[in-house]
Design a protein around this ligand. Structure first.
Ligand SMILES: [Zn+2]
Ligand SMILES: [Zn+2]
Length: 120
C-alpha cells in the first residue's frame, strides 16, 4: 500500500527519494530538471525533480493528464518557488487557516506566497 493520500501536496525530495524512486516513470521534463512518475498503487501522478538539480528537489502531486501541455503548470511554479526559498519546512504556512507546509526562507506556502502576497 502506498501513502500518497497521506502525503501533502508538496514534498521535499527528488527522483532518488522513496516512494518516488520506485514509482513508474511516465515522462521527463528536461527544461525543468524533472520527471513525472505515477504510483502503481493509487495512480497518483507526481512531478519529481532530478537529483542532479542544483538545489533541493521537490515532489508535487499533479492531476492525470493526456498531454504534458494540459498539465496545470501552477504547481510547477510553486515547485520553482520552493527551490528559490530554501525548500519546505515541517511548519505550517503562517497564513491563517492554511494547512500547507511553509517554505524555509519565507513563512508562507508557495500557494499563499503567490496568490496572497504576490511573491514570485
Ligand atoms: Zn499512491
Ligand atoms: Zn499557505
Amino acid at each position: 500500500m502506498c501513502n500518497c493520500k497521506e502525503l501533502p501536496e508538496w514534498v521535499a525530495g527528488d527522483d532518488g527519494t522513496e516512494p518516488f524512486k520506485s514509482m513508474s516513470y511516465i515522462l521527463s521534463v528536461p527544461d525543468q530538471y524533472a520527471i513525472i512518475v505515477s504510483c502503481s498503487d493509487c495512480k497518483q501522478n507526481w512531478w519529481v525533480n532530478g537529483s542532479d538539480k542544483y538545489s533541493e528537489g521537490i515532489c508535487v502531486k499533479i492531476e492525470p493528464f493526456d498531454d504534458i501541455k494540459d498539465v496545470n503548470i501552477e504547481k510547477f511554479k510553486y515547485a520553482k518557488l520552493i527551490g528559490k526559498y530554501g525548500g519546505l519546512t515541517d511548519k505550517k504556512c503562517m497564513y491563517q487557516g492554511c494547512q500547507n507546509m511553509g517554505m524555509k526562507d519565507i513563512v508562507f506556502c508557495p500557494k499563499c506566497a503567490t496568490e496572497k502576497n504576490h511573491i514570485t
